[in-house]
Design a binder for this molecule. Sequence first.
Ligand SMILES: *Cc1c(COP(=O)(O)O)cnc(C)c1O
Length: 467
Amino acid sequence: MSGDSFSLNQNLWDADPELYDLIQKEKRRQHTGLEMIASENFTSLPVLQCLSSCLHNKYSEGLPGQRYYGGNEFIDEIELLCQRRALEAYNLDPAEWGVNVQPYSGSPANLAVYTAIVEPHGRIMGLDLPDGGHLTHGFMTATKKISATSIFFESMPYKVDPTTGLIDYDKLAETAKLFKPKVIVAGISCYSRCLDYKRFRQIADDNGAYLFSDMAHISGLVAAGVIPSPFEYSDVVSTTTHKTLRGPRAGIIFFRKGVRSVNKNGEKIYYDLESKINQAVFPGLQGGPHNNAIAGIATAMKQAKLPEFRKYQEQVVANARKLCAELMNRGYNIATGGTDVHLVLVDLRSVGITGARAEYILEEISIACNKNTVPGDKSALNPSGIRLGTPALTTRGLKEADMVKVVDFIHRGLQLAKEVTKTSGPKLVDFKRVLKEDATFATKVKSLRAEVEAFADTFTLPGYSDY
Ligand SMILES: *Cc1c(COP(=O)(O)O)cnc(C)c1O
């Protein structure tokens, strides 16, 4: 027993019932809701066990074998195991690729990449956020630099073709010629088609730029081999490990080693990414790595080599395709006309409700998704679509037939939103008020939510059963 006035070995439910109760409520919400946020997933029990293990206690600044603190014998082994498995998960030759598994999450990983290979105010080009890119790909608005990646670096976004919704590679090639970026970022947070990495590589080479692929959303699909891999064409690849990959909340960076090119005199030019990226992560941007998360990545990467993992990822895509087809059957427009991956971007302009309204009513009936701009949207502040993803539902065991049911719920929710809009007029506050105060609408919401929750509750969640 310690000298503290409380025991350090009490269970959370005894030590802090107030907090425990909130966690229970969140667990209940996860169980009774349909989680369709495309970036989310339910990680496995072994990953959760790594996260709450004693590894959390250890400081280990530096890399395996070169730590600033003692006591890292086993931490070194864990990090090396994690590195080896990360390379194996993507079938990478350790002579050609290295990996840093220490970034705290996807955004710090990306900032480390730029810090390593772009000088202050150097130029980067990424897919614009409203067009499906990520904040960390240089996001800024017409009047304000938002992401640190546009504050510390000069950003020139590329865009999708507003009519097809597809990335306009010709325009990117044209702009890159003028802007001469140091880095071109190939990566998406909301784009339902596979990327043309070969084309990206060509454009990068034409301008002497690095090709940096950020596969945060799709890294599980890539590991399973169900969509094309960025590695063949990229210099650097980053990813989160908690999205389709279904590991812990963390980030990693892969970088090329060996010969980068051969010059006119036949001399080999070597990559110098290894030291630059490792130093950007630590001591450049971070301190002690989160060893519990690194262990979680290691075990997630082991899972990624299993046949069940491939089956899971195939089901993720099959479910997204079914979701998409069913929505189209009901008359909904889908950006790019379909999906090759785990997500669908629904264009609600023809339906007459905004993305915010759709997100709100779906949340009211326990379906989680997010409003999203669609190609051709005039304002990023008032997006016209919603993004729906299948990774989390597929982890819970939903199949194509269940997607029919899910689309039925979504459709009924959106129909209700249309009805409410007729009464409430254009303002979102009025929409929310009418939905709450009008007895008929409130009853309809309540009964639809009960149906959704009864359905969702029949599917299990992985993880701890006791909390
Ligand atoms: C999610 C995401 C990130 C950032 O990940 P965080 O862990 O949320 O910081 C970076 N890039 C892309 C493409 C993403 O989708």
